[in-house]
Ligand binder design. Structure first.
Ligand code: ATP
Ligand code: MG
Ligand code: MG
Length: 555
C-alpha cells in the first residue's frame, strides 16, 4: 500500500503501478494551449506531471503537448515561451514534444469512424438554435432535426466541410449521445467546427478544426498517456472523455482522466485571457513584467525555479477548490534566496550623514561577509568614510514609541562599523531634511559597548557617499489591492494597485558595479533583489525587488 503521506493522485498512480496497469508505466502530459504565456498556476500542473515522471523513473515519461486546436488564438511566440518556461522550471520532455495539430488527419479519421458507427452527425442548426435546443440543468434538451441523417449523408457533408464548401457556423459535427443527459456536456457535444483560419503549424491545410473535448482524450490515447491529470473544471467533461475512449476503436492507449484543484493565489488573476488583457491594454509592460504572475514575469522578478518547485510541493494536491496566500509563495522565495543571495548594502531612500569628528579625506575598509549561509562565498571590503548615506526610514525626527533607530540626540550602531549620535538635523528652506550631522565613538567598534554607557538598541546599514553608486531600483508590490480581484463585482482591472511599481534611485556599495544581468542579491535589512536580465548594462545594474525581507526593517 502507498504511504499515508501520498496525495490522492500519487496514491492512485502507486496503486496502478502495483497492479501493473500499462505494464507499470506512468506516462503523463502537460498540455498547454499556446494562446498565452504560462503562469504560476501552470507551474502546479508542470510540477505534478513532470514530477510524476521523475518519481516513477525509469518506467515513466512526461510529454509536452501543445493543444493547438484553436488557430485563431494561437501563436508561435507562445509555443516558444512555453518551452522556455518548462525548461526554466527544471523539467525536460526529452524526445516527447508533441502537437495536437500533428493528429489532425487521425482525429478527422476518428470523427469519420464515429459517423460510420452512427455515433456522430452533421448538424445544420446555427449556434442560437443549438443553444435553445440544449435544454437547461433541470429540463432535457431537444433532438436536432438533423440528428437522424443517414450515415452516407453525414459522411458526404463532413467531407464537403473539409473541402471548404461551407461558411463558418453553417454546419457542425456533433457526437450523438443523449440530449436528455443530466450532464450538459453529454447533450450531443460539438466535435468538429468550421474555421476558415490559418494555423501556425498546418497553415491553410484545414478549414475544420476539432473541439478541445474531442481532441484532448484522443490525443492522450494516441500518445499512450496513462494518466490524464487536469483541473477540476474538467470534472464534468470526464464522462465525455470516457465516452470517446470507449467508442473510438483502434486507439493505441486507454488513458483515464482525474482532476485536482487548480491553484488560485490571493492578489492575482490567473486566466490567460485576463493576463492578455493586462498586456494588451498596457496595464503592465509585457508578459514578463515582474508584477505578472506569469513564469516569465516571476523569473524576471527574481523568483527561482527551486522556490517555485518547493512552493508547489508545499501546497500539495487536493480535490477541493481553495485560495492560496501569496505570502506562502513569497515565503518559499525567501527561503531559497536566503541560501544563495549575496549580501550587499544599499540605501533605497538616502539621507546624507556627516560624521563631523571623522577625519576628512580618510577612507577605511570594513570586511563584510558575503553570505552568512555559505562561508565559501567569502568576504568583501566596503568603504567607510566621513560622509555616508543611511535610509530615511532609519531616522525619525519625532520618533514614535518603540522606534530604536536614529533620532535627534540618540545613538545608533552602524552595522559592522561603530555607533553614531545625531547632533544636528539640517533642513532646506522647505523643511526637508538634507543632512544629519553626527559624531562617532571609536570605542564602540567591533560591537563593543563601553562600560557605563546606555545600551544602543538599533543597528542600521549605510553606504559611503563618495564611493556609492546610483542605481535604478524597481520596487514591485502586489498587482491588485484586493485578495480576489476575480471575485469582486465589476471589471477586475479596477482593482489594479496604482502603487504596484515605484522606481527609486538607490545608493549602493561599489562592489555591485559589475553585477551581471540576472544575479540575486540581498540588500541587507531591505529585501531580495535581482539585477534585471534585460536592462542591466556593464557597470550600470538595474534592480528589481524580488521580495521584501519578511519583517520589513529590523527595529
Ligand atoms: P487559463 O484558464 O489560465 O487560460 P488554461 O487551463 O486554459 O489556463 P491550458 O493551456 O489549457 O490553460 O492549461 C494547461 C494545463 O495547465 C491544463 O492541464 C490546466 O488544467 C493546467 N492549469 C491551468 N491553470 C492552472 C492552475 N491555476 N492551477 C493548476 N493547473 C492549471
Ligand atoms: Mg485552455
Ligand atoms: Mg482556461
Amino acid at each position: 500500500a502507498a504511504p499515508a503521506s501520498l496525495d490522492f493522485i500519487r496514491e492512485m498512480i502507486a496503486a496502478d503501478v502495483a497492479a501493473q496497469r500499462n505494464d507499470g508505466w506512468v506516462i503523463t502530459r502537460f498540455p498547454p494551449e499556446p494562446n498565452g504565456y504560462l503562469h504560476i498556476g501552470h507551474a502546479k500542473s508542470i510540477c505534478l506531471n513532470f514530477g510524476l515522471s521523475v518519481e516513477n523513473a525509469p518506467k515513466a515519461k512526461c510529454h509536452l503537448r501543445f493543444d493547438d486546436t484553436n488557430p485563431t488564438k494561437e501563436e508561435v511566440e507562445y509555443v516558444d515561451s512555453i518551452q522556455e518556461d518548462v525548461k526554466w522550471l527544471g523539467f525536460d520532455w526529452g524526445d516527447n514534444l508533441f502537437y495536437a495539430s500533428d493528429y489532425f488527419e487521425k482525429l478527422y479519421g476518428f470523427a469519420v469512424q464515429l459517423i460510420e458507427k452512427g455515433l456522430a452527425y452533421v448538424d445544420d442548426q446555427n449556434a442560437e438554435e443549438m443553444r435553445a435546443n440544449r435544454g437547461t440543468l433541470t429540463t432535457p434538451g431537444t433532438n436536432s432535426p438533423y440528428r437522424d441523417r443517414s450515415v452516407a449523408e453525414n459522411l458526404d457533408l463532413f467531407a464537403r466541410m473539409r473541402a471548404g464548401e461551407f461558411k463558418e457556423g453553417e454546419k457542425i459535427v456533433r457526437a450523438k449521445i443523449d440530449m436528455a443527459s443530466p450532464n450538459m456536456n453529454m447533450r450531443d457535444p460539438a466535435i468538429y467546427r468550421i474555421m476558415h483560419a490559418h494555423h501556425h503549424r498546418t497553415g491553410d491545410a484545414w478549414c475544420i478544426y476539432p473541439m478541445y473535448d474531442f481532441a484532448h482524450p484522443l490525443s492522450d490515447a494516441l500518445e499512450g498517456i496513462t494518466h490524464s491529470l487536469c483541473t477540476l473544471e474538467f470534472e464534468h467533461h470526464r464522462p465525455l472523455y470516457e465516452w470517446l475512449i470507449n467508442n473510438v476503436s483502434g486507439l493505441p492507449g486507454q488513458p483515464y482522466q482525474r482532476e485536482f484543484a487548480r491553484l488560485n493565489l490571493t492578489y492575482t488573476v490567473m486566466s490567460k485571457r485576463k493576463l492578455l488583457r493586462l498586456v494588451k491594454e498596457g496595464f503592465v509592460n509585457g508578459w514578463d513584467d515582474p508584477r505578472m504572475p506569469t513564469i516569465s514575469g516571476i523569473r524576471r522578478r527574481g523568483y527561482t525555479p527551486a522556490a517555485v518547485r518547493s512552493f508547489c510541493k508545499t501546497i500539495g494536491l487536493t480535490k477541493y477548490p481553495s485560495l492560496t496566500e501569496l505570502n506562502l509563495l513569497e515565503h518559499s522565495v525567501r527561503e531559497d534566496l536566503n541560501k544563495h543571495a549575496q549580501r550587499v548594502y544599499a540605501v533605497l531612500r538616502p539621507i546624507k550623514v556627516v560624521i563631523t569628528n571623522y577625519p576628512e579625506g580618510q577612507v577605511e575598509h570594513v570586511e563584510l561577509v558575503n553570505n552568512p549561509e555559505n562561508e565559501a562565498d567569502g568576504t568583501r571590503k566596503v568603504p567607510l568614510s566621513r560622509e555616508l548615506y543611511i535610509d530615511a526610514d532609519d531616522f525619525m525626527e519625532n520618533p514614535i514609541p518603540g522606534f530604536h533607530r536614529l533620532i535627534p540626540g540618540g545613538e545608533v550602531r552602524l552595522k559592522y562599523a561603530f555607533c553614531i549620535i545625531c547632533q544636528e538635523v539640517i533642513k532646506d528652506e522647505t523643511g526637508n531634511i538634507v543632512e544629519l550631522r553626527c559624531t562617532y565613538d571609536d570605542a564602540t567598534r567591533h560591537g563593543v559597548k563601553p562600560v557605563g554607557r546606555p545600551k544602543v538598541k538599533g543597528t542600521i546599514h549605510w553606504v559611503s557617499a563618495a564611493q556609492a553608486l546610483d542605481v535604478e531600483v524597481r520596487l514591485y508590490d502586489k498587482l491588485f489591492t484586493v485578495e480576489q480581484p476575480d471575485g469582486e463585482e465589476g471589471d477586475f482591472t479596477q482593482f489594479l494597485n496604482p502603487q504596484s511599481l515605484e522606481v527609486v534611485t538607490a545608493k549602493i556599495e561599489p562592489s555591485v558595479a559589475e553585477a551581471k544581468p540576472g544575479a540575486h542579491y540581498q540588500f541587507e535589512r531591505v529585501g531580495y533583489f535581482y539585477s534585471d536580465p534585460k536592462d542591466t548594462q556593464p557597470g550600470k545594474p538595474v534592480f528589481n525587488r524580488t521580495v521584501a525581507l519578511k519583517d520589513g526593517f529590523v527595529k
